[in-house]
Design a protein around this ligand. Structure first.
Ligand code: S3P
Length: 169
């Protein structure tokens, strides 16, 4: 079994994912980090030099390679769920845990980051709202469990997820 963390930028996939892996003695992996390593380029440069579509292809290709892993907590890039084929693959790997946060919280968490090409715009808050509005039905429609991290510590969020994977509720 794996635990698949999905959700927008700034919802806590990295921090909560690492904590979960530690508590459950599983291995933490992060699809963005694997892609950066494999291609020897930062996500920003991949978007700038090759374009978003190429990055999405890299994500799809990577998922193909991860199909048989076990015992991993997988933090996925925020847009991994945009392709239905990716969602199908993810579902075959383990429960999809949606980490959610309201747009204001996301903004506070990502506003100083320069590593997120989609939010490299003048009006970050408007952009966050726009993308979230489009993606919310996708995220929420495919999730097995939704955890709102807006006012939850990583400790509490990880405990909620552990309860779900152990008890199924
Ligand atoms: C993206 C999220 C990023 C990264 C890329 C695109 C998105 O990952 O994959 O910048 O489309 O939401 P994080 O969610 O880990 O920041």
């Amino acid at each position: 079994m794996n635990i698949i963390l999905i959700g927008f930028m700034g919802v806590g996939k990295t921090e909560i994912g690492k904590l979960l892996a530690k508590k459950l003695k599983m291995t933490y992996i992060d699809t963005d980090a694997i892609i950066e390593n494999e291609h020897g380029m930062a996500i920003n440069d991949i978007f700038a030099k090759k374009g978003e579509e190429s990055f999405r292809d890299m994500e799809t290709k990577l998922l193909g390679k991860l199909a048989n892993i076990d015992g991993h907590v997988v933090a996925t890039g925020g847009g991994m769920i945009l392709r239905p084929d990716n969602v199908k693959k993810l579902k075959g790997m383990g429960p999809l845990i949606l980490l959610w946060a309201d747009p204001d919280t996301v903004f506070e968490r990502v506003k100083d980051s320069v590593a997120r090409p989609l939010l490299n715009v003048e009006d970050q808050k408007a952009k966050i709202k726009e993308i979230l509005f489009f993606r919310a039905p996708i995220y929420k429609g495919i999730a097995d469990l939704e955890v709102d991290t807006s006012r939850l510590s990583p400790e509490d969020a990880s405990n909620r997820i552990i309860k779900f994977v152990k008890e199924g509720k």
